[in-house]
Write a protein that binds this ligand. Sequence first.
Ligand SMILES: *[C@@H]1O[C@H](CO)[C@@H](O)[C@H](O)[C@H]1NC(C)=O
Ligand SMILES: *[C@@H]1O[C@H](CO)[C@@H](O)[C@H](O)[C@H]1NC(C)=O
Ligand SMILES: *[C@@H]1O[C@H](CO)[C@@H](O)[C@H](O)[C@H]1NC(C)=O
Ligand SMILES: *[C@@H]1O[C@H](CO)[C@@H](O)[C@H](O)[C@H]1NC(C)=O
Ligand SMILES: *[C@@H]1O[C@H](CO)[C@@H](O)[C@H](O)[C@H]1NC(C)=O
Length: 510
Amino acid sequence: MVVLFYLVATLFAVIELEAATPSPDPCDSQQHTVLSEPLRSVGHVYQANKAPICDRNLVYGWYRFDSPAGNEIPLTCPPANRCGTHTTVWLNLTSNPSANDGVVLTNGCAHFVSPGVTDDCCAWRTNVAVKNCSDYLVYALGHTRHQCAYAFCAGTEVPCPEGYGSPNSDFTPGCEDIDECATGTSGCSQLCENTDGSYYCRCNDGYYLGLDNHTCTEPTPTPPSPDPCDSQQHTVLSEPLRSVGHVYQANQAPICDRNLVYGWYRFDSPAGNEIPLTCPPANRCGTHTTVWLNLTSNPSANDGVVLTNGCAHFVSPGVTDDCCAWRTNVAVKNCSDYLVYALGHTRHQCAYAFCAGTEIPCPSGYSSSNYNFTPGCEDIDECSTGTSGCGQLCSNTDGSYFCSCQHGYELDLDKHKCTDKDECSAGSSGCSQLCINTEGSYYCTCDSGYVLSSDKHTCRVVHTLPSWTIALLAVAGVGAAIAAIIGVVCCMKRERKSWRQVSETELRKF
Ligand SMILES: *[C@@H]1O[C@H](CO)[C@@H](O)[C@H](O)[C@H]1NC(C)=O
Ligand SMILES: *[C@@H]1O[C@H](CO)[C@@H](O)[C@H](O)[C@H]1NC(C)=O
Ligand SMILES: *[C@@H]1O[C@H](CO)[C@@H](O)[C@H](O)[C@H]1NC(C)=O
Ligand SMILES: *[C@@H]1O[C@H](CO)[C@@H](O)[C@H](O)[C@H]1NC(C)=O
Ligand SMILES: *[C@@H]1O[C@H](CO)[C@@H](O)[C@H](O)[C@H]1NC(C)=O
């Protein structure tokens, strides 16, 4: 009995002792830890590139939030990826306790989202106690999971946007533009201009802003970037055969741009200097597959470098006829007086080539001062240029010429050289007996006993006498002639007068 009393008395003594020394009140600032991260705010969207808040190591105890973003754990499910973390912890309470509710036990709910798998506002629970300390609340919180990232949320204010700040630790309310120039946080090495939400740096005259947009550096002479219009920067292509007007001849090697090194080119051709802007026929431009530019017009002088497509017109008879069977990247720049093109090979097959110009080759037998392309094609006078190859006579005609030969010669089968005409064997001589051919002519002769007549063609018989008869006749003839002359001369001298008288008398008789 005594023992029992003693026990009861002791028990009362213990109870009395507890009442005398009041149990510690978590509202007492000594009894709780203050958490002040504003990043726990529901208004703070977690940035994936920053370390998330993780309450894995939060020691179970009493905590009070004292944050510029707000001091209460939310009572509704916050979105995931808020509160500076991924998994947001809230309290499933309809309202916070009032001042005389004492310590209220409740559940902290973790809102866990795994996209496409789960979105659970209370994926797991943690035991939480809350007490209303009149001016503030205190919470008994502790870690429950070893995984991260999850954290208790507190407050609802939103961080000020970049370039804005507020007296509320740069959270709403009261966000205002930060004047980085005035606060000296700009980092501008020379001049600073504030803007709403930002700023920019400027430089004094004679300096320029570096790539970091902050530091100004003294100008260093930078070489101007090479201009493809500069004659050192492009290659000149001058084949007039690239002309759209030039029909590719199957017996010629086609132009092939298979080995054209990618670079800037300028056409300087008598046939024209521009790549056509409409689809040329196949088998032109000295090739089979003609490459043109699918542009409505060439660039103007201030368009700079214009990028476009080269289109290859490929024809396979009966199979395909495609004006843009394949493309190649082409750049064009208007250099005022001429265009330059950035061209390069795209295919390993041949024959394809870039076209340039539209002039037409002069027809055979015509030439022009324009490298024998139109305009100005005129007949070539092969006779006077000495290119005819005629052996003797040459006659020019429109677009051609022909050779002929002098009398006594005839034109060879090559229509150029002349060879002696053998009138004797051709039977055209007209000689009645013998015919002797000579270079360029012939003559007739006669058999023995005949002589050539004065027509030089016919022969006639000779009448032969003994030679002494001829001599005798000759002597007699000569003697008679001499005698006659002497007689006449002397008689005329002697009878000159009388002869006249006689003659006059004689005449009178009649
Ligand atoms: C505590 O409860 C009282 C009502 O009893 C209320 O007016 C007060 O706002 C509460 N304090 C907090 C921090 O919720
Ligand atoms: C919050 O608590 C209530 C009452 O216990 C319960 O019905 C409800 O499902 C809870 N909410 C969540 C999201 O778990
Ligand atoms: C500098 O400013 C330009 C234009 O505003 C911007 O594109 C660039 O990213 C900036 N460079 C740096 C290093 O911030
Ligand atoms: C370059 O452009 C100008 C107009 O800016 C134009 O008059 C000129 O003909 C063009 N040059 C060539 C080669 O197309
Ligand atoms: C040329 O370009 C235009 C516009 O891009 C396109 O509609 C047209 O089909 C092209 N022409 C050819 C022949 O590919």
